[in-house]
Ligand binder design. Sequence first.
Ligand code: AMP
Ligand code: MG
Length: 431
Amino acid sequence: MTTLNEFSSCVAQYDPQAMPVSAAQAIVRQWATPVSAVEHVPLHDALDRVLAADIVSPSDVPAHDNSAMDGYAFRSAALASQVDSVELTLAGKALAGHPFGGAVAVTECVRVMTGASMPADCDTVVPQELVTRSGETIRFAASAVRDGANRRLAGEDLARGSAALRAGRVLRPSDLGLIASLGIGEVPVRRRLRVAFFSTGDELRSLGEPLDPGCVYDSNRHTLFAMLQRMNIDALDLGVVRDQPAALEAALRSAAASADVVLTSGGVSVGEADFTQQLLQTFGDVAFWSLAMRPGRPLAFGRVWSGERPGLGLPALFFGLPGNPVAVMVTFYQIVREALVVMSGATPQPAALLQATSRELIRKRAGRTEFQRGVATRDARGQWHVTPTPSQSSGVLSSMSEANCFIVLEHERSDITAGESVDIMLFDGLI
Ligand code: AMP
Ligand code: MG
């Protein structure tokens, strides 16, 4: 068995105690393998699910040429034969769902409503606003329309046999409409990824419990649950585990038995009650346990098994997130999220970064990537500006609620002066 540890040590810039963010992301991506099971679900249950196979169009959409306007359909040859004004005789009408079945001579036209099938031989529609009608005679200026105007072609939306949607797509409302327009009511999707998570710490209390002196309420489980829920992941809350090696080992093994990925928070630094890293070295496989990143320096990544030794029982990827609530969110979005996307079977999309001007001096040390919390605004000229939130402490969760973006400060960069350009990652669409 190739261990993660062996693999990771071959990655450029490998340093298990201060792994650059880009190297950590590359290692994590390498070990994220998509779930393979496929389910068939009705369209109403398919939103945000990951498409498991291409959806191929069984027919042209629309199925027939049809009118894009309320007006009169005719043969474009009529335009050439009549110089200034065109005069046609009404031969019948076609409504959406009620086609006109007869033949149409070049001197004739058919009243058509939007969406009605084009009558045989007709290729052009003149909108009703541009005609004058007296009895059965329709007149309009020859310059009013060009050949083929106001006609939607069969297959214009989707051609028969073409892939309407590709496997790996996370289904959106428009996709569900598109699939329905093909007459398909059920779609193949990957089974949902299962992620088990728990918090570690003797000081943690769950909601509803009294807050003893020196204790804090466990907030990380609630942020984690919500972040997983947003990604439509099957999230399994395993509660709080005390800072005891035996309890932690049992929790990790039972988590590995029931999920594809295990997330924990707390206990990954090198304090006296931080056992996770130690445990992982003996019965798991660790790639790295510390990142050149702020917040989020202590972060363990590896694999765990449900059995007694590495390689025994069911495997799961493991992320030991820091305990500080902001660091949990930052490491989730910057390191964990992409792995979960890939494991869900979806095609990952690069995070959209915008350029903004910093309104303030930002203190930054070279040699680590920082994800500061910022408030970004767009001025009248469309230029983005950003101000860091007053607190950048990794324990101050209100800074995440106050912010609307991460300010991404690259590894090599040092202090940023006011007016300098920085990359920002907006929470909208990410969080
Ligand atoms: P640790 O990494 O375990 O030393 O935790 C770092 C800090 O984060 C400590 O102040 C913990 O009390 C706090 N912390 C750890 N886990 C949680 C949690 N689940 N909810 C809120 N705060 C936490
Ligand atoms: Mg702790």
